[in-house]
Design a protein around this ligand. Structure first.
Ligand SMILES: C[S@@+](CC[C@H](N)C(=O)[O-])C[C@H]1O[C@@H](n2cnc3c(N)ncnc32)[C@H](O)[C@@H]1O
Length: 501
């Protein structure tokens, strides 16, 4: 049995290096849209209000540059339908940013087709800014004959823009790898509306369908009909900003529909742009195996916490998710390489090791803080005051002034503890400064140094922050949705038994 895996890295590279041909049952991808916007990760504060802290998790702006040109030429040189589509796009669009976006997508779609099983399906999530181009690219990559649906995900949001209709939908392009008879597809049913039931009553409804969609004779219809067949316009609420782990987080019920319809228990689901892991959380809950890829350590950290938090609340024993993480630094030189390549990623990774949540540095109220950890240490968790640890992370040269600065931040923030994480060994002066800050005493009577210094080497060997510790005490990631029992999770739909392939 293939194990569940979280990969940190560029999905094109990961797919080429680790994923063998025709091994995946279902792919859902939600790439950054071509909406000319930089997404920032906004974290909700513990009291539920918006934090001003922002972190750039990924750029959603595409420019025609050397990388885009190289990607374009690679696809064109391969030949085939995708190459033809790209040549046509280039004639029409020239070298603009839409073209750069398509040049990024084209080689990935080729790889995704390669790894999909004969019975498999793919859902590409996009919005009307790019869906028309992407549909042509999907036709080229998967074959126009394998197009199944353009699903409209309709939601409500705050009104914006006076001179056009409110834009309230995303588009899901659903294709299969081969002809319709082969694909895994479990028919879903919508509940009958109150007015239909009132008008006909259940006894008078004669139009039932069996699992393969055939109309049943009226005699058997009443028993078999679980409602009307699910159509291609899905009304599902967005994740409210206050509950989001990630600004582009998708609702679990959207993924429940996709995964239930297009896979069976034990199947392998791939999300190559997995963000905060909505696909993974749902796949795990619905007893599918999964592979997630993301290019930020922040996403990988959020997913790990999401899985732990969700399953801490899951009643079924033995259901704790088992998975491995590939691509994270395993030793000091790996950590140094990451720090040299991208100091932000290094910070996110290091903070993930101590279960802290990153915040943007040097911004307003968060000046001097790279991460925070919130905890409860009183007997009654409902009445407990939320306490905090603030973090500063440095990958370069360090000195006693850094520890002194953090000590000032701890006092300013009225935090219980301050933790300084560094690559270099702490000097005697740094240790002395930290020691002079005294201790935090918990209501349980335990003592914990107010100022702590942790080197990356120590973190890699398993050392962690010293604070009043036990299961459930760290409430930093409590925004993660709790895993629910299957039936409650999606009340408006009924699920038939899975079809055999
Ligand atoms: C729109 S978000 C996905 C949100 C996700 N569906 C969820 O519910 O959380 C896109 C994600 O793709 C990631 N990403 C962008 N380019 C990538 C690449 N080349 N390889 C892997 N991940 C990438 C970003 O870091 C971001 O987390």
């Amino acid at each position: 049995m293939t194990e569940n895996v979280l990969y940190y890295g560029d999905n094109l590279d990961i797919l080429r290096r680790y994923t063998t041909d025709e091994t995946i049952d279902l792919i859902y991808l939600d790439p950054p849209f071509k909406s000319n916007q930089d997404y920032n990760v906004l974290f909700a504060k513990q009291n539920g209000s918006r934090s001003t802290a922002q972190i750039r998790a990924f750029k959603d702006t595409w420019r025609w540059d050397e990388a885009a040109a190289a990607s374009y030429h690679e696809v064109v040189e391969r030949g085939g339908k995708v190459a033809q589509a790209m040549l046509a796009f280039r004639t029409y669009l020239s070298e603009n940013d839409v073209m750069a976006y398509l040049a990024m997508m084209a080689p990935r779609l080729i790889e995704l087709r390669r790894v999909l099983k004969d019975t498999g399906s793919i859902y590409l999530h996009c919005d009307p800014t790019a869906s028309h181009y992407l549909k042509m690219l999907m036709d080229a990559a998967f074959g126009a004959g394998n197009f199944c649906n353009e699903v409209i995900w309709h939601y409500r949001k705050w009104p914006a823009g006076k001179y056009s209709f409110q834009r309230n939908h995303d588009v899901l392009l659903f294709y299969s790898r081969s002809e319709s008879r082969k694909r895994t597809f479990n028919q879903l049913f919508m509940k009958r509306t109150a007015s239909t039931l009132k008008r006909f009553g259940t006894a008078k409804i004669v139009s039932g369908y069996d699992k393969s969609g055939r109309r049943l004779p009226s005699k058997t219809a009443n028993k078999a009909s679980a409602g009307v067949r699910q159509d291609d316009v899905w009304e599902i609420g967005r994740v409210p900003p206050i509950k989001q782990l990630f600004p582009t987080e998708k609702p679990e019920s959207l993924l429940e529909r996709i995964i239930t319809a297009s896979s069976n228990e034990g199947d392998i689901i791939l999300d190559p742009f997995c963000g905060c892991g909505t696909t993974i959380a749902v796949a795990q809950r619905l007893k599918r195996r999964w592979i997630g890829i993301d290019i930020t350590h922040l996403a990988i950290t959020l997913i790990k916490h999401r899985l732990t938090d969700a399953w801490a609340h899951y009643k079924a024993p033995g259901s704790k998710p088992q998975y491995k993480v590939v691509g994270e630094p395993k030793d000091l030189s790996g950590a140094q390489t990451l720090a040299d390549e991208d100091p932000y990623q290094f910070q996110w990774w290091a903070l993930g090791l101590v279960d802290a949540r990153p915040v943007e540095q040097k911004k307003g109220a968060d000046k001097g803080i790279d991460g925070r950890l919130y905890f409860h240490d009183e007997a009654d968790s409902k009445k407990a005051k939320t306490k905090q640890i603030v973090f500063s992370v440095k990958s370069g040269h360090v000195s006693v002034s850094h520890v002194r600065d953090l000590r000032g931040v701890v006092e300013r923030e009225k935090a219980e503890i301050g933790v300084f994480i560094c690559m270099q060994k702490a000097t005697k002066a740094m240790r002395a400064e930290a020691a002079s800050a005294g201790f935090y005493k918990s209501p349980w009577g335990t003592r914990h140094a107010t100022m702590q210094i942790l080197t990356v080497e120590e973190l890699l060997s398993g050392k962690t922050v010293d604070y009043p510790h036990s299961e459930g005490v760290n409430v930093t990631f409590n925004k993660a949705p709790k895993a629910k029992a299957k039936k409650e999770a999606h009340p408006e739909l009924s699920y038939p038994e899975a079809t055999a392939k």
